[in-house]
Design a protein around this ligand. Structure first.
Ligand SMILES: Nc1ncnc2c1ncn2[C@@H]1O[C@H](COP(=O)(O)OP(=O)(O)OP(=O)(O)O)[C@@H](O)[C@H]1O
Ligand SMILES: [Mg+2]
Length: 251
């Protein structure tokens, strides 16, 4: 199963969720390959890869300069692998646009290995540009992290339009795996209202698990560890564990 984490809004928890959900699935005995498809390379550093030393990575892979066997790295977590990224990927966005099959580079690059893992999880940048379209073309299922803010629904409808366009043109099998809330603060009325509104509209597409705002989650990346290893007893760790159980149960 190939999941892609998409939301054109920045800072909503795409990378955090890819790392922590991936680590929890790995902890449940699943084999997981994380793909950092953002030139910010936040995912790579969150699993302990130093930003300076992560070449070759996903850019070299999609541009044909490096083989899969070289770019797939082990992490400190058992069953969890990663294809890292670097700032070089920002140039790829420009190079790819020239190309007729520009949206299929990632799909083609991952094709030989995707069935070797229980889950491949692609982290995308905060835009609906060519990199995110590559992520959507390569995936079986989209996971949408959302923050509970004003205009959440507006952002979501633009994203859903894009997903429909991809389903028509590039990837008819693409499913919406689900929407989940991140950085939830139960003390605010707004957060409760957004959860209620989005859940009423998207119903079973919304995961029951809500990821709370938890400072331990924001500390973990600077230690190069997923929350499950940095602070397993934290509320954030328990929430990602519960999200992983839902993902496994949904099949
Ligand atoms: N549940 C949480 N509680 C507290 N902090 C969080 C939580 N989830 C994410 N963060 C923090 O919020 C920031 C943004 O999260 P993250 O990088 O995962 O978002 P993103 O959607 O990947 O951002 P971008 O769009 O820039 O790629 C990070 O500093 C992260 O540590
Ligand atoms: Mg990110």
């Amino acid at each position: 199963m190939v999941f892609v984490f998409v939301n054109q809004k920045g800072g909503v928890g795409k990378t955090t969720s890819a790392v922590n959900l991936g680590a929890c699935l790995a902890g449940a005995g699943k084999s997981v390959l994380l793909v950092d498809f953002d030139s910010q390379a936040n995912l790579s550093s969150a699993v302990g890869l130093n930003k300076a030393g992560i070449k070759p990575g996903v850019y070299e892979l999609i541009s044909g300069q490096a083989e899969l066997a070289v770019v797939i790295r082990k992490t400190v977590v058992q069953n969890l692998w990663v294809i890292p990224s670097s700032i070089d990927l920002s140039g790829a966005a420009v190079e790819l646009v020239e190309h007729e099959k520009r949206d299929l580079f990632l799909k083609n690059a991952l094709a030989p290995v995707k069935d070797r893992y229980d889950y491949v999880m692609i982290d995308c940048p905060p835009s609906l540009g060519v990199l995110t379209l590559n992520g959507l073309a390569a995936a079986d299922s989209v996971l949408i992290p959302m923050q509970c803010e004003y205009f959440a629904m507006e952002g979501l409808s633009l994203l859903l339009q894009t997903i429909r366009r991809i389903q028509k043109n590039l990837n008819p099998k693409l499913q919406i795996g689900g929407i989940f809330f991140t950085m939830y603060d139960q003390r605010t009325r707004l957060a409760q209202d957004v959860v209620r509104e989005v859940s009423a509209y998207f119903r079973e597409k919304v995961f029951e698990t809500i990821i709370p705002r938890n400072v331990r989650i924001s500390e973990a990346p600077s230690h190069g560890l997923p929350i499950s290893h940095y602070d397993p007893a934290s509320s954030g760790s328990r929430a990602y564990q519960s999200l992983a159980e839902e993902v496994i149960a949904r099949g």
